[in-house]
Design a protein around this ligand. Structure first.
Ligand SMILES: Cc1ncc(COP(=O)(O)O)c(C=O)c1O
Length: 325
């Protein structure tokens, strides 16, 4: 039995459609209590601020967020006894608003983008004495993924070498924290960032307009360690949503837009590094059989290039957008 829902943070690593001669596996972060990867930084940022004596239960927290960090913080605030104000662009999905309210958070919607939300949150912090967690600057954001996402992956690959790690970038916390830890274990591992095709700050230096929720903030966040990145893949929203539909219908994996983008990018990387001459097993059952039989076959499996990616949230959060219609 867990003492708190905050002890239930964690997610499975699941193999997804992979090209011949390679394996793609995704962390299904929708399994976290608040339904996204953001439960991890939310829990870590609050714990770090408590350790530093900056906040204690009963205080008010404020955060500008496109949704998932707000929901993660709302879970943590409810479980730890904080008041919470979330500032969010009005364009984000209604499910996000309803969820925030369900967890008892106060919600302020702003016209404009994340920059406008950030400005408004800073005003609230200055005038109300609310404490901002600052997911774009707070080292505890990446630290959460270093300490949990990456450690879970290392356990879940069961000794297999990881050849590439692919992740969408918003604050950069996921890719920075996870890739830093994974590189300690696999120094040759390739790190690939994913960003919106029409808002490709990392690839082009120019921001743009796009309708992705959570990925592509339109600027390079302080938390993102750009030196870690070997390359950047851009994915059009239409392609990401088509892939999310395919994942739901063909694999039973219901995920959001940025997960669709991560899946497209991870398969591109897998196709590039695949070794089709290797007899990589297609189905988990075959893997089990190999495990049970001789070690030679298992060695062969271990040689198959492995691409690990992150699916940040569940598709349930996007039903009203019509992306699954
Ligand atoms: C749906 C979704 N995808 C991707 C990301 C990007 O994750 P990170 O902020 O760790 O870079 C986020 C972040 O909010 C998100 O909500």
């Amino acid at each position: 039995m867990k003492d708190s829902v905050l002890d239930a943070v964690g997610s499975p690593l699941v193999r997804t459609a992979s090209p011949e001669g390679a394996t793609v596996a995704a962390k299904l972060e929708g399994f976290n209590p608040g339904g996204s990867a953001k439960d991890r930084p939310a829990r870590e940022m609050v714990a770090a601020a408590e350790r530093a004596g900056e906040i204690s239960p009963g205080d008010r927290l404020v955060e500008p967020t496109s949704g998932n960090t707000g929901i993660g913080l709302a879970v943590v605030a409810a479980a730890r006894g904080y008041d919470l104000t979330i500032v969010m662009p009005a364009s984000k999905s209604p499910e996000r608003r309803q969820l925030l309210r369900a967890y008892g958070a106060d919600l302020e919607l702003v016209d404009g983008d994340m920059d406008d939300a950030r400005e408004r949150a800073a005003e609230i912090a200055a005038s109300d004495g609310a404490v901002e967690m600052g997911q774009f600057e707070n080292p505890a954001n990446a630290e959460a993924h270093y300490r949990t996402t990456a450690e879970e992956i290392l356990e879940q690959v069961e000794g297999r070498e990881i050849d590439a790690f692919v992740a969408g970038v918003g604050t950069g916390g996921t890719i920075t924290g996870t890739a830093t830890r994974l590189r300690e274990a696999f120094p040759e591992m390739e790190v690939v960032a994913v960003e919106p095709e029409r808002n490709s700050v990392l690839s082009t230096g120019e921001s743009g307009d796009d309708d992705y929720q959570g990925m592509g903030p339109g600027f390079v966040s302080d938390v993102l360690d750009v030196d870690l990145l070997d390359s950047v893949e851009t994915v059009a929203l239409d392609d990401a949503e088509r892939e999310a539909r395919r994942l739901a219908r063909e694999e039973g994996v219901l995920v959001g837009q940025s997960s669709g983008a991560a899946s497209v990018a991870a398969r591109r990387v897998a196709e590039r590094i695949a070794q089709p001459h290797l007899d990589c097993p297609e189905a988990p059952d075959e893997f089990e059989e190999m495990l049970a039989s001789d070690g030679g076959a298992l060695d062969g499996y271990d040689d198959c290039p492995l691409v690990v990616t992150v699916f940040p949230d569940s598709g349930e959060r996007y039903l009203s957008t019509g992306m699954f219609d």
